[in-house]
Design a protein around this ligand. Structure first.
Ligand SMILES: C[S@@+](CC[C@H](N)C(=O)[O-])C[C@H]1O[C@@H](n2cnc3c(N)ncnc32)[C@H](O)[C@@H]1O
Length: 264
């Protein structure tokens, strides 16, 4: 099925129809799945439960949930990368404008709300999808407090990586992305009536060739136009791409802010 391009200048800056989408989602899974799974297991006993995975991407977490829970619904505006599995239903759905999806014991969305200008509408939809006694978990990136490039072998590489990351963050912000959202999510959860609201933070260094750097490498061609519009050249992008695969490079990786809350 052709899901077409769902995004405009505002909203999610990437596109699952893009040639880099496979690498992008693989890098995300390698970077984040172990922590996401452990967190979900801390929050809920999956056997017998109904789960909703919003903005499932390539479905690595939805597939894992389907191995353990009774029933899983995975949604995305562009769900073509989510594999078919027993107990897993896949549906094209926009969490901002789409219809109510029913009630679930677990609702999870990773790296969605921070991207969406209409994040509070999406949050309302997700809260409405949590059954009594159920739990909502959302996860969003934020940048760490220090400099992005912890170590590079020479000043030229340091400069190329720093300029690239600055422009990368500007391009996402121009699409309506808010990298501080994760810090405000606990307040938004409490205001939405959720109880037992908790924030957990996960992160660390990203070395050249690691999943975090592979994620940036897959993002780079997708954001190329915006990066060039902010003064970078194709030579700068080539240098940054090379550095992202250089094992000597150490970056201060994005932090993942994970917010959970329950419906009484
Ligand atoms: C950064 S990816 C994260 C994918 C997956 N959650 C993960 O962490 O591996 C964001 C996903 O959100 C989806 N998305 C963007 N806007 C959406 C919307 N309004 N409703 C549902 N999905 C959306 C995109 O198509 C993409 O698959």
């Amino acid at each position: 099925m052709d899901y077409g391009r769902q995004v405009t200048d505002q909203g999610y800056a990437f596109d699952n129809a893009n040639a880099q989408a496979g690498d992008h989602h693989r890098a995300l899974a390698d970077l984040l799945d172990a922590e996401t799974r452990a967190h979900i297991e801390d929050l809920i006993d999956l056997p017998g439960k109904r789960c909703l995975e919003v903005a499932a991407g390539a479905g690595s977490i939805a597939s894992w949930l389907a191995e353990h829970a009774a029933e899983v619904l995975a949604t995305d505006i562009a769900p073509q990368h989510i594999p078919a599995r027993p107990r897993l239903t896949v549906r094209q759905h926009d969490i901002v404008t789409g219809e109510h999806l029913g009630r679930f014991d677990l609702v999870h969305a990773r790296l969605l709300l921070g991207h969406l200008p209409q994040r509070l509408d999406a949050l309302r939809q997700m809260v409405a999808a949590v059954a009594p006694g159920g739990v909502l978990l959302t996860e969003d990136f934020t940048t760490g407090p220090g400099t992005f490039v912890s170590y590079a072998p020479d000043p030229v590489t340091t400069g190329a990586l720093s300029r690239y990351m600055e422009a990368h963050l500007e391009v996402l912000a121009a699409h309506g992305s808010d990298r501080q959202w994760g810090h405000r999510a606990p307040a938004a959860f409490a205001e939405a009536g959720l109880t037992d609201v908790r924030l957990r933070v996960h992160g660390g260094s990203w070395h050249g060739g690691d999943p975090g750097c592979r994620l940036l490498l897959a993002s780079l061609p997708q954001l190329r136009d915006g990066l060039l519009a902010r003064g970078l050249t194709d030579d700068d992008l080539a240098l940054a791409a090379e550095a992202l695969m250089d094992p000597r490079v150490i970056l201060s990786g994005f932090l993942t802010l994970q917010t959970s809350g329950r419906v009484a």
